[in-house]
Design a protein around this ligand. Sequence first.
Ligand SMILES: Nc1nc2c(ncn2[C@@H]2O[C@H](COP(=O)(O)OP(=O)(O)OP(=O)(O)O)[C@@H](O)[C@H]2O)c(=O)[nH]1
Ligand SMILES: [Mg+2]
Ligand SMILES: [Zn+2]
Length: 292
Amino acid sequence: MNKGRIIKLVGGLYTVLDQHNKRHTLKPLGVFRHKNIKPKVGDIVEFNEDSITKVDERINDLYRPLIANVDQVLLVNSAKDPNFSFLLLDKFVTLIESNHIKPVIIVTKIDLLNKDELEKLKDKLSYYRKFYEIIYFSSITKENLESIKDITKNKVNVLAGQTGAGKSTILNTINPNLEIRTNQISKALGRGKHTTRHVELIEFGQGFIADTPGFSSLEFKEMTLENIKYYFVDFFELSHQCKFNECTHIHEPGCEVKKQLEKGNILQERYDDYLHIYNEVKAMKPMYRRDK
Ligand SMILES: Nc1nc2c(ncn2[C@@H]2O[C@H](COP(=O)(O)OP(=O)(O)OP(=O)(O)O)[C@@H](O)[C@H]2O)c(=O)[nH]1
Ligand SMILES: [Mg+2]
Ligand SMILES: [Zn+2]
């Protein structure tokens, strides 16, 4: 039996890499369409000479980007240009957690900050170290390139983050032969233009890495008011000590999260972002709200 992983989808044709590192260009069987199955990049599949015949059950299934069986999301945030944003970081972290995947936080372009600015940022971000790994990177100085190589080894990795954050540049720095298109930040707008379009798993250190197009805004259509609190892992840990089981950590008495916030044990930005995301989900049209 032929088995492999889909690494690319272009124009309805799938590229499948088999156990012997051989590539096959395949079509999906017509029967998939009736069963409402659409093989996607990342899928482990069985195939014959010209068609994919079976799609294995997925460990996880991302919708944006369209990719399955992801081990790890590398969440790329630039220190500057575009400016670092805690809100964006927390939005991405929340979305990744909601897919039951652990993010690794990568802060790029640290060469653009002076020593004081960098220390300040690192100091605030140290809060996240309790829950997530953080790598500080510069494509100019190549600082911590080895850490990125180490952490991605033998895994299926997806790069995610704001447009212009430096995702494609990370890949090009690791492997200059890839020559993935990157884009200059538009000086007038102060933000990058979208340059990466299709999804592809690139073979890399016995594992895979996928570049994705950045987005300038994020939506929370998949999220409900009831489940947001699970995706703030730090709050969730404390929630067992909240007076009420269903504490939203906003207005309830006896809330452990608010208590720790007042004590300075929770980063103020983190809590503000929680409120922001909570209110954003609350304001969504009911048709988009799963809990209504
Ligand atoms: N100074 C500096 N510039 C960087 C660094 N990393 C990326 N850049 C620049 O930032 C710009 C955007 O980088 P890209 O790699 O295209 O960003 P991206 O995240 O792939 O953007 P999209 O594909 O639009 O989502 C390019 O001009 C890069 O040269 C860095 O570490 N330091
Ligand atoms: Mg890119
Ligand atoms: Zn609470």
